[in-house]
Design a protein around this ligand. Sequence first.
Ligand SMILES: CC(C)(COP(=O)(O)OP(=O)(O)OC[C@H]1O[C@@H](n2cnc3c(N)ncnc32)[C@H](O)[C@@H]1OP(=O)(O)O)[C@@H](O)C(=O)NCCC(=O)NCCS
Length: 306
Amino acid sequence: MTVTLCPWTPADLELLRSLVTDPSVSPQFDPFQGPLGLEHKLQDPRLAQRGLRLAFVDGEPAGFGLAWTLDNPGRRWFMIRVAVLERFRRRGVGRRLAEAVLAFAETERAGEPADVATSAWLPNDAAEAFASSLGLTHERWFWLMERPRGARLEPGWPVGIETRDFDGSERMLREWTDIYNDSFAQHYRFVRSGVEVARAIVADPTFRPDGLRLAYRGGACVGFCRNELHAGRGEIGTLGVGHAARGLGLGRALLRWGVLWLEANTPAPVTLLVDGENENALGLYRSEGFAITRTRRIWGRPAAPR
Ligand SMILES: CC(C)(COP(=O)(O)OP(=O)(O)OC[C@H]1O[C@@H](n2cnc3c(N)ncnc32)[C@H](O)[C@@H]1OP(=O)(O)O)[C@@H](O)C(=O)NCCC(=O)NCCS
């Protein structure tokens, strides 16, 4: 058996699609599914296309590995993911892919400390063992939560709040970026966002301007909700309220707006993904009828000294 690894190039788009949509891989890569799912993921400026690797066994496509480069001032981290088609498993292909992606990350970190993490939906005994074989240990649980459709709850915007759909302007891109950074600064593995990331999101073929709502108070942007339409679900993609506007009921109102928008725009289940240690958010989602349906596990390892 000969295993060959190659860097991915845009000419391999359909080959990568055939790997990511293989039934033995697709449940672990759900946002990559659907007609534009792969394009949607590749549009993410943090998904390092230069680090993407394809594996072939005796010339047949067998798997892929990829990394997101997540920059924080003074500390980077890499989220890596590996997949091998079922018929090629337990032959060291996954390990070879992981090593290649980690070697890419090592070059990219350019002397800076960098953590490595990976994640998978559970149950997944292979991923558990695989992560452990790479020296990664448990870091966090994330929950996928779903809300039964149909119980309409109107937003009831707090007094003094006015809301606007995204209008495509540079000004709104900046407001959205700033309120994202303000809302998430204290979060697990927070990565500061820049206007270029916001620009890439709105250039994504699956982005819907009317699915991004910004909330203002006294002319200042104080919160936002962005919905995402995936192949199998409609998701409250990101919801944030800045520190200055917490405790007013704005998070609940934005969430209700998001649920109504998703129900009007897709027949798929309405979901969201939440950090299992984000008690405030969990409390809000539970009180709005969301319940946990799937578990995602994150494993990590701190930066190795250089
Ligand atoms: C996880 C996955 C990538 C492993 O690929 P693979 O090519 O079978 O892995 P390897 O043969 O290189 O195994 C490397 C090590 O991982 C561990 N491992 C992998 N699969 C395992 C399994 N099913 N049971 C027990 N240990 C396993 C072993 O320690 C193995 O080393 P060993 O064979 O010397 O004992 C593959 O099962 C897969 O694609 N799953 C679906 C996608 C997925 O879950 N990705 C998330 C990965 S974090």
